[in-house]
Design a protein around this ligand. Sequence first.
Ligand SMILES: *[C@@H]1O[C@H](CO)[C@@H](O)[C@H](O)[C@H]1NC(C)=O
Length: 221
Amino acid sequence: MHCIKLYSLINTRKFLILFFLITQINSKFNEKGKQDVVDSHNKIRSQLALGNFVTKRKTKRAAGSNIRKFVWNTTLENSAHSFALTNPSKHSNINDIGENLFWHWSTRPGDFNKYGPQAANSWIQEFHEKYWDSNILTNALFGSGVGHATQMVWADTYQIGCAVTNFKEVHKKTGRPITKICVVCHYWPKGNYLNEPIYLEGSPCSKCESKKCDKNSGLCI
Ligand SMILES: *[C@@H]1O[C@H](CO)[C@@H](O)[C@H](O)[C@H]1NC(C)=O
């Protein structure tokens, strides 16, 4: 009896170690996680397109006429994943791709899929913390620290792929183990061109290049 108990204990430990390794390696979002990331971006883009996006001034931004609906792209997911695995502390500067980064530290990280929407929420916060008074991405606007938010809503961008990784660290003050979570999103075509419009003002979908509109969201498809 004792032996069996001991054996099962060892097995549990093996299983836990294996599970730990798997969670370390398996750093892509599951299907729902991917959809949640796309949805949290499209929700914001739709608010903007329909003229419902409220800024720090408590006023709504003018409706957007050319904002495209996001779709998932596995090439972007893979590049985001490769980069996320390097435990990045700054941007990758991969050519022709937009990139947003998010870090979070937790002693109880839970399901990593939840960090997609959490990252999107933190990026869009920039528009609630800083004034957004120009639809042209001026140096001053970009310099105010809204670059993640402007990439999120950049009208011409319509493909996204993201990944989440986690790294075990030791908390500097408490000396306890802590999990660092890193979310990377890659965007294509990239946005954030200086002195170009973030989006065009006008009634929703009136300037879709495709001439096709998703009526509910007001986004070009
Ligand atoms: C996915 O994104 C890449 C850029 O990384 C782009 O070259 C490719 O055309 C996109 N795939 C599709 C199906 O549009």
